[in-house]
Design a protein around this ligand. Structure first.
Ligand code: CTP
Length: 481
């Protein structure tokens, strides 16, 4: 993000570029209403981030102004009115103009309370979440472009601070999701949370319990998509929200000692792997795989006198934990979840390969299991090398490069990545007049293993001959011979 000396003139300059602002202002003038652009849109003008969603606050009914604006914009505009939220949205040439009357009470998504549009602009601004989100710019003609910033949000933008306009206990009790939003904005923008605001998050953390999982996870997703996602998780940990919303992750923290031997802090390690992946890839599901790759370490931790600390099978147990975690967090239970689970299950593979001898057969098997996700698996694996021991890192990297080269070679030769059995189950059943049964599966498996072990080319005729040989050993005779 570029450093800017934020000043009010930037607002006027910006508003002049989009004719919708003048038009809305003129409509409001004709109706004798005050009207302002407000919230995130104003913040983002300063941050040089443009958005198509523009929030307007009017003093008095927002819906009435929206209806008039839609009429003025003509046939290309559509309007949707949400009476129980007291809002209306006008869509016009890709813009979404959202209108709401100024309120005395808070901007929660909670529709249980009736909407009271009896506030002034000032009332409205003070019930918003953060000073940087509480700025407004007037669109009425005589004050067009004037910035109204009663809580000095512009200074907090300069100082890179997330701070509530009111006593944070009040702001957070109005809508506890704002505690997550504070962490999310700090992560997205690279800002700090003001100490008193931060202390209030820790104090009010249990209140997050009244917020729906979906809304919490929306914020988590935004943290995950940020440039340095670890920032968000470290903050969540420090204010102790993490142990409430994501106990499995919090459980990774800490180092046990036994006979003077410790293991690395798996939370800090996970944070580093997550950031390493985030530097290389925008694929948010690959980032989730990084976040969860060691999630079963606490459950599998043992101390062995000879080996020291072990986390036996943590990859497989972790793979099994993924669906449960996704379900609880209301993340999609579809192929994205399966992809994350698969990568968690396989994340040790390339490293296991490099620790032993890198045989063609082992590499082929890994390629077969990873399929099209092999590049992501290799990326995760490289990101997982965080040892402080330089010699270890050098050895891992060398072997890793060897696995990479082998992968390329084998792929050209064998076409294993999208492996389709060259002899189908159908063909096996026809040849030996079998019904679907375990024997068919056994023959198929034998063919697959022979190919992966390099005994057989990935080719129909060779595979068919091999099938006949395997079947003969099982006492099966082809029906048409
Ligand atoms: N707002 C609030 N409390 C909330 C949610 C929103 O006070 N829990 C107010 C803030 O003034 C915010 C505005 O409503 O700027 C719009 O909210 P939203 O669209 O959710 O967020 P943005 O700030 O626009 O940021 P982003 O689009 O990144 O979510």
């Amino acid at each position: 993000m570029q450093e800017l000396d934020y000043n009010g003139e930037m607002i006027l300059e910006h508003l002049e570029q989009q004719p919708a602002f003048r038009l809305v202002g003129d409509v409001a003038d004709e109706m004798g209403r005050e009207c302002y652009v407000v919230g995130g849109y104003v913040r983002d003008i300063f941050l040089d981030r443009t958005s198509k969603d523009i929030d307007f606050v009017t003093v008095g009914s927002g819906i009435e102004v929206a209806e008039q604006v839609a009429r003025r914009l003509g046939k290309h505009a559509t309007i949707a009115v949400f009476r129980n939220f007291g809002t209306a949205q006008v869509k016009w040439h890709g813009l979404e103009l959202e209108f709401v009357g100024a309120r005395k009470e808070s901007y929660t998504h909670d529709s249980r309370n009736p909407i009271v549009e009896d506030g002034t602009l000032d009332d409205d601004q003070r019930r918003r979440d953060f000073t940087i989100n509480a700025m407004a710019a007037c669109v009425n003609r005589d004050r067009f472009g004037d910035l109204l910033d009663p809580f000095d949000g512009i200074q907090d933008l300069r100082d890179k601070l997330i701070r509530t306009p009111l006593d944070p206990d009040i702001t957070f009790s109005d809508d506890p999701l704002r505690m997550m939003r504070a962490v999310r904005f700090a992560t997205q923008l690279g800002f700090e949370i003001f100490p008193e605001t931060f202390a209030a998050i820790e104090r009010n953390r249990e209140r997050i319990g009244i917020i729906s999982k979906e809304r919490i996870t929306d914020e988590l997703m935004k943290i995950m998509k940020s440039a340095v996602p670890s920032r968000g998780f470290m903050l969540l940990d420090r204010c102790r929200l993490l142990e409430i919303i994501f106990p499995e992750l919090a459980a990774l923290k800490g180092v046990s000692q036994m006979n003077g031997r410790g293991h690395k802090d798996n939370f800090l390690h996970t944070m580093q792997v997550l950031d390493n992946v985030a530097q290389q890839s925008d694929n948010v599901w690959l980032r989730w795989a990084a976040l969860l790759h060691d999630i079963a370490k606490p459950a599998t931790k043992r101390y062995d006198d000879k080996l020291g600390w072990t986390f036996h099978n943590h990859n497989f147990i972790g793979e099994k934990m993924v669906p449960r975690i996704f379900k609880r967090l209301r993340l999609p239970m579809n192929e994205k979840m399966k992809y994350v689970a698969k990568l968690v299950g396989l994340h040790m593979r390339p490293i296991a390969l490099v620790e032993e001898e890198v045989t063609d057969s082992a590499v082929r098997r890994m390629l077969f299991e990873a399929g099209d996700d092999i590049d992501d698996l290799m990326l995760l694996c490289a990101a997982d090398i965080t040892s402080k021991n330089r010699e270890k890192v050098r050895r891992y990297r060398e072997n890793y490069d060897l696995v990479r080269r082998k992968l390329v070679e084998l792929e050209e030769k064998d076409r294993i990545r999208n492996f389709q059995p060259p002899v189908t189950g159908e063909e096996i059943m026809q040849t030996f007049d079998l019904q679907p049964c375990a024997t068919v599966g056994k023959i198929k498996e034998a063919i697959k293993n022979a190919i992966l072990d390099g005994k057989l080319a990935n080719d129909h005729d060779e595979a068919r001959n091999y099938m006949l040989a395997v079947a003969a050993e099982m006492g099966l005779i082809p029906v048409n011979d």
